[in-house]
Write a protein that binds this ligand. Structure first.
Ligand SMILES: [Ca+2]
Ligand SMILES: [Ca+2]
Length: 221
């Protein structure tokens, strides 16, 4: 759900900037109509453009706030369903490239996930604040539009303790650091048919073996 492509709102904002900075428009009714939907806010001391309030769908309700540094877009807040709560935060770099898009997973106006576009524009990574406190505790990596892997700090101690890998649309493996040693000690590998196999890495050297084998090894000692 969160992996939707981070489409940039910048193009319409650039149009808005052009219109806001060009108050005298002649002979173009469509442009003047669009200009009525834009409310520029200027710094009272410097006269610099600070904010553009924009009614993007022309229904009389402002739904888009573009925070500006003069003609440069810094951030765009969007309330697409006009319920008074922002549902999308777009962050732009100094070169006007979209750097990340914030979301509210609960739709309550509190930003708790951030999507990072890759060079092609599709989502490369999503960072999630699972406790919704602004601290990122889960990172998902995407390839070709699909979730490829994820790591998470489930207990919130600042260290990753859960690793997931995906094969197509199914979970292929999930590994846990139940010993708080910094590396996974248990791993579940899932087959396409839904079977699961538990593996363990008792030495912490990255070599997993079937849990049954390790039990057998202990018993044979
Ligand atoms: Ca509107
Ligand atoms: Ca909203």
């Amino acid at each position: 759900m969160l992996a939707k492509q981070p489409m940039s709102f910048l193009n319409s904002t650039v149009c808005a900037v052009v219109l806001a900075c060009t108050p005298i428009l002649t002979g173009c009714q469509r442009q003047s109509e669009a200009a009525r939907r834009i409310q520029p806010v200027y710094d009272q001391k410097t006269g610099k453009l600070q904010l553009l309030k924009y009614d993007s769908n022309g229904n009389g309700t402002i739904d888009t706030w573009s925070y500006m540094d003069g003609a440069r877009v810094v951030r765009i807040d969007i309330d697409s369903n006009e319920d008074g709560k922002i549902d999308r935060w777009e962050y732009y770099g100094s070169n006007q490239q979209l750097e990340k898009v914030g979301f509210s997973r609960s739709g309550d106006g509190r930003e708790d996930a951030w999507s990072f576009p890759g060079p092609g524009g599709s989502t490369e990574r999503i960072e999630i604040s699972t406790r919704r406190d602004g601290r990122v505790t889960r990172t998902e990596h995407y390839q070709g539009g699909g979730l490829a892997s994820a790591e998470e700090d489930v207990d919130g101690d600042g260290k990753i303790d859960k690793w997931e890998t995906y094969d197509g649309d199914h979970l292929a493996s999930v590994a846990f650091d139940t010993l708080h040693r910094g590396t996974p000690d248990r791993r579940l590998k899932y087959g396409i048919d839904g079977t699961a196999r538990l593996e363990v890495d008792p030495a912490g050297d990255g070599h997993f073996k079937a849990a049954a084998d390790s039990r057998a090894a202990r018993q044979s000692r």
